[in-house]
Design a protein around this ligand. Structure first.
Ligand code: 4AD
Ligand code: MG
Length: 477
């Protein structure tokens, strides 16, 4: 007898065949109907047992989350809930699960409760659906770039540089923390450390990706990045995955086109390949909405939101235009923004970004040409001398999903910029070399993978779209 996944049993015409399936019990009712799930799909297979001919000891162990093997015949179902079911002949308990101790019961648990059980939460419908969508999105990322002539590069996790210049780094050290070697001045002597210098976990693979773009032409990274920013929000993780394409001979307009095409492609992929999971997640959201007051309900169901992105052009707006719009707007009749932008040059807060996307333009927005002062050192200076060729993509319900730029390719201008921003030129000699030896216009961006998964699944807390979230004061598991 052949072993099948639940997905195979439900999707292929195998009725009247003898089959084997292994999975975890979701529910067991009337001593007769087992809903079995093996993670291959959101749907369970119903296994009907002949309890009179089933061993008493086995029956007792068919409890939620027990691992079992079912052998039987796949038949058209008599019941209305499913097309096929297994008439079970033999049930083998592979791993019992004591129902008194198993924390996740077949009822609705809060997401907070499930977060505290991150090692078991993937056995729920919600988390298994989210993680399958996450997996499909990862594949879609590689598919898009590989089919578009990009090469995948693996940039280092441990680096000596701070790509964003924001100082939000986790130090990597092999020194004895309690008794580190000291310099004559009494500071920790990093020359004695493993790498002979200060090192940290990467905040972005961009600078290294740039070196590869200047040889391979079109490259992308897709890996973990780390930020020691103390932001306890539903949009920030200390460890998150970032996708960073970098392309030689491409300017900012090309960068915007690429980002838009890329996002539409990966969302289109999940729409096509995760239909069951998206339908489930959409229903979950609709149920959630019903518990909210009428005026807080989101008008657009999940799959329509995805379609909306696929069918509409992203609105391209300069920082200066955006500031003008914000100065002349109120988020609603009664309230002003918490933070009023007085001067040109101030950074936008998330309330402004959300206003632009959700209220003013009502579509994804690409903001570009930001003030140089609020952006990283590597962005190309415009002729006005005060703005840079930066772009952020803002998404409904998410805020910033992409940050990118055309890079400063002119040696002198870059050196000047590094001087004024206090970036160590010696440390980044290799980055400056790119501008000495065959420099060229080039651009790229970084997309926060978890923010994309948030959008695609309709989840609202970033801790719920990565298997084991890392946030301030939380590194369990
Ligand atoms: O805007 P950021 O900081 O840009 C960079 O790191 C550039 N070096 C990227 C590049 O041009 N290659 O980060 C890029 C994106 C953000 O738009 C956001 O989606 C995500 O990364 N991001 C985070 N996601 C989760 N948790 C955090 N703490 C994040 N910080 C940034
Ligand atoms: Mg950013």
């Amino acid at each position: 007898m052949k072993t099948y996944s639940v997905k195979e049993l439900l999707s292929e015409g195998k009725t009247q065949q003898d089959v084997v399936v292994k999975g975890w019990v979701r529910t067991f009712r009337s001593n007769r109907f087992i809903a079995l799930n093996d993670g291959s799909t959101i749907n369970n297979i119903q296994c009907v047992i002949d309890f009179e001919n089933t061993d008493e000891e086995v029956l007792k162990k068919i409890t939620t989350s027990a691992a079992i093997e079912v052998k039987g015949t796949l038949v058209a179902s008599q019941g209305s809930g499913q097309a096929v079911e297994i008439q079970a002949q033999t049930i083998t308990i592979l791993g019992a699960s004591n129902p008194e101790e198993y924390p996740i019961q077949p009822k609705k648990h809060s997401l907070e409760f499930l977060r505290a059980n991150a090692h078991l939460r993937v056995r729920t419908n919600t988390f298994s659906a989210v993680m399958r969508v996450r997996s499909a999105l990862s594949f879609a990322v590689h598919k898009f770039f590989q089919e578009d002539g990009f090469y995948y590069v693996n940039t280092p996790i441990i680096t000596g540089s701070d790509a964003e210049g924001a100082g939000e780094m986790f130090r990597v050290s092999a020194l004895d923390a309690k008794n580190p070697p000291l310099t004559e001045e009494g500071n920790i002597d990093y020359a004695e450390d493993f790498f002979g210098k200060e090192t940290n976990l990467t905040v972005s693979g961009q600078l290294e990706a740039e070196t590869y773009a200047m040889g391979l032409g079109k490259v992308y990274t897709f890996g973990p990045t780390f930020r020691a920013e103390n932001s306890n929000t539903t949009r920030h993780l200390a460890e998150f995955w970032m996708i960073e394409p970098e392309v030689a001979f491409m300017d900012l307009d090309g960068n915007m086109d690429l980002a838009e095409r890329f996002i539409k492609s990966v969302l289109g992929y999940v729409k096509e390949h995760c239909a069951d999971d998206l339908a489930f997640l959409e229903q979950r959201l609709l149920n959630e909405e019903k518990t909210k007051p009428q005026n807080e309900r989101s008008p657009m169901p999940l799959r329509e939101k995805i379609d909306f992105i696929l069918d509409n052009n992203f609105k391209r707006v300069s920082y200066t235009e955006a500031i003008e719009i914000l100065r002349n707007s109120k988020p609603n009749k009664k309230k002003k923004f918490d933070y009023i932008i007085e001067d040109w040059g101030a950074d936008l807060q998330s309330e402004h970004e959300r206003y632009l996307v959700e209220k003013h333009f009502e579509c994804p927005v690409i903001l570009f040409d930001y003030p140089a002062k609020i952006k990283a050192f590597y962005m190309r200076l415009n002729d006005d001398g005060k703005t840079v060729r930066a772009m952020d993509i803002l998404f409904p319900g998410i805020g910033e999903i992409v940050g990118g730029a055309q890079r400063e390719e002119r040696y002198e201008v870059l050196v000047d910029k590094m001087k004024t921003m206090g970036i160590d030129e010696e440390e980044l000699y290799w980055y400056l070399d790119l501008r000495k030896f065959g420099t060229a216009v080039h651009s790229g961006f970084g997309l926060g993978f978890e923010r994309l998964v948030l959008f695609a699944t309709g989840m609202t807390n970033i801790r719920d779209v990565i298997p084991f979230p890392r946030t301030p004061k939380n590194a369990e598991f």
